[in-house]
Structures are given as C-alpha cells and as structure tokens.
Design a protein around this ligand. Structure first.
Ligand SMILES: NC(=O)c1ccc[n+]([C@@H]2O[C@H](COP(=O)([O-])OP(=O)(O)OC[C@H]3O[C@@H](n4cnc5c(N)ncnc54)[C@H](O)[C@@H]3O)[C@@H](O)[C@H]2O)c1
Length: 315
C-alpha cells in the first residue's frame, strides 16, 4: 500500500469546493463523512457529485459514485472522529475558520491531517485557535473544479510539523492530485499570486485601451496558455533559448524584459474598470451559455490530461 493511502476522510463544508473533494475521494474508494450546516446539504451534495460524475468517468472512475461510502452527519465533531484526512471547506472567513478548525482539532484523531482549502488565509492564522494538535493543521489549497484540476498547494504554518506536511503531500498524490509544497506562508499561496500578476497587467491593458478583453483572452488561450498547460513558465523559457537554453534566454531577452517590467501597469480597480471588464466578457461570449462553456472547458481539460499522461518525456 502506498504511503499516502487512506480509507476514511471527513469533508467539512460541502459547497462548490467541498463537493469536488467528495467526488475525488469517492472515486478513489475512500469512505467520506461530510458535514455542512446549510439547508438540504445531503441532497445538494449528492446532486453535485452526480453532476461531476460524467467527468469522473472520463478520468477513469467507476460507472457510478458509490454513495454507500458517503455519510452526511449533523455535527463536525462526529464527522472527523475516525478520519485520516480532514478537508475543511467552510466560507473564507478568518474568525469562522479559526473557530471551526479548533473544533475539528479537538475531535479528530491525533494522527489525522487537518487541511483547510482556504484560497488565501495563511495556515498560521487558521491553526491559531488549536489547543490540541496544531502540528497537523495546514492549508491544502485545491483549484476549481477540484474533481478535475490536479494542483493542490500544501502550506504549513508556524505550528505545522514537517511530518504532517509530508503526509499531506503523500495523501494528495495518492488521490491522483499534483501537490506542490509552498515553503513559506504568503497571502494567496503561489498559483493565485501568479494569476494575480497576470490579471494585474491584463486589467491595466484594458484600462489603457491597449487591447480588448476578447483580444487579451485570445492572446493567452491561443498563445502562451497552450504551452503553459503542457510545461511551466521556466521550462518553456528554457526551451525558447535553443541550444543555449535558459541561460541564453536570460542573457538575450532578460534585459528587454526588465525594461518592460518598468512599464507594467498597476490598474485601479474602479467601478468603471470593472464594468468595462464585464462588458468585454459579454461582448466576447455573445449568446453562449456559461454552463455549455464550462462543460466544453472540462471536456477539453480531460482530453489534455489524458494526452499529457501518455507523454513520458513531460515532467
Ligand atoms: N471557489 C473557488 O474557486 C475556490 C478554489 C479553491 C479554494 N477555495 C476555498 O474553499 C473554501 C470554500 O469555498 P467554496 O467556493 O466552496 O464556498 P461555498 O460558499 O460554495 O461553500 C461554503 C460552504 O460552507 C458551508 N458552511 C457555512 N458555515 C459552515 C461551518 N461553520 N462549518 C462548515 N461548513 C460551513 C456553507 O453552507 C457552504 O455550503 C473557501 O475557503 C475558499 O477560499 C475556493
């Protein structure tokens, strides 16, 4: 059995992200105890998992979700009682998360990893209320849609033990995820900071009237985005240097890039700019339905993941 194998998990908060974790866990045959205080949480969760399943099937899951593995419970303490992984997905509210994680810490077995899906809260903040075993509390930040996108960012806080960070990385890998270890907590972790850097310049280009929303989307989706989904920014830059690789690229194109940095914008996200972005997206999409667009995106991502899996040369 792999180092990261688990049999029982608890998923606390089963909205958009929590439901994605439940599908991921059920597809791997893990028994899930779920808790969410919202109305009809059991019905909503089953509907969400059923909705994910056509995609899960394409990813190799069994024909139907095994709802025999899923228990939806009325209180979080009971849900985490025998869990090996506790994945917390409550609202992104600092005080609520601190209190909720402390409650989970008080009830979960000492060896369980308690991971918060928080998009931006540092793990030291979410573990601050824990009095029992703060060393097993960390951030395990997934990407939407969680049942499809492999990335999980694992971030330890001041009180997190290295053994639990290693355990979380192993468990996520066993679940079929592609975890990375963020070495120091920082607002937004890594991937959202990278996205924020790109959005900052994209918003600025619209603000300055240099390109339309549709043209910027085309520039990424039909340009560097195609390469970025196969190889990351560093390896792509290495390959663009020819025989000299990254050192040639840095010597040749590094100095002009440093000049561009000085010209990059810092947009002011005013109501007017927000409205221009929204109008730009509307103009780009015309009468396409968002649900059709999301379904098409997910089908393409499934095919891309399958194609990448066949290429042994890729890292
Ligand atoms: N949506 C994204 O793209 C995304 C991506 C990665 C991470 N996240 C993070 O995941 C977490 C959940 O986000 P979401 O988008 O699923 O939000 P959501 O609003 O869809 O779900 C939140 C759920 O938490 C439940 N809840 C409320 N109080 C609770 C409590 N005390 N205990 C347990 N559950 C409670 C709500 O009923 C709701 O179902 C947030 O921390 C967010 O930052 C979101």
């Amino acid at each position: 059995m792999s180092a990261g194998a688990i049999r029982r998990a608890a998923v606390i908060g089963t909205g958009t992200i929590g439901a994605g974790w439940v599908s991921t866990l059920l597809a791997r045959g893990v028994a899930v105890a779920a808790y969410d205080p919202g109305p009809d949480s059991a019905g909503r969760l089953r509907a969400a998992v059923t909705g994910h399943w056509p995609t899960m099937r394409l990813l190799g899951a069994p024909p139907r979700p095994d709802f025999g593995l899923l228990r939806v419970l009325d209180d979080p303490a009971t849900a985490v009682r025998d869990a090996e992984l506790v994945q917390e997905n409550g609202p992104e509210d600092e005080a609520l998360k601190r209190e909720l994680i402390a409650e989970l810490d008080a009830a979960a077995p000492p060896g369980a990893v308690i991971a918060s899906s928080s998009s931006g809260l540092p793990p030291s903040v979410v573990q601050a209320g824990c009095t029992r075993h703060p060393e097993r509390v960390l951030v395990g930040h997934p990407f939407h849609p969680v049942h499809l996108i492999p990335l999980v960012e694992v971030v330890g806080g001041r009180g997190t033990g290295a053994a639990f960070t290693a355990r979380a990385l192993a468990v996520y890998e066993w679940l079929g995820k592609r975890p990375i270890h963020v070495r120091h907590e920082v607002a937004g972790h890594v991937a959202n900071r990278l996205q924020a850097a790109l959005w900052r310049e994209a918003y600025s280009l619209v603000e300055r009237g240099i390109a339309t929303v549709a043209d910027i989307d085309a520039a990424i989706a039909h340009g560097p985005g195609l390469r970025w989904s196969v190889l990351g920014p560093f390896v792509n830059q290495h390959l663009s240097g020819g025989a000299g690789g990254l050192s040639h690229t840095l010597a040749h194109l590094g100095p002009p890039m440093v000049q561009w940095w000085a010209d990059l914008g810092t947009p002011t996200l005013t109501a007017e700019l927000g409205a221009a972005l929204v109008d730009g997206v509307r103009a780009e999409l015309g009468d396409r339905a968002d649900a059709d667009l999301a379904a098409a995106r997910d089908r393409v991502v499934v095919r891309l993941l399958a194609a990448k899996a066949t290429e042994e040369a890729l890292p």
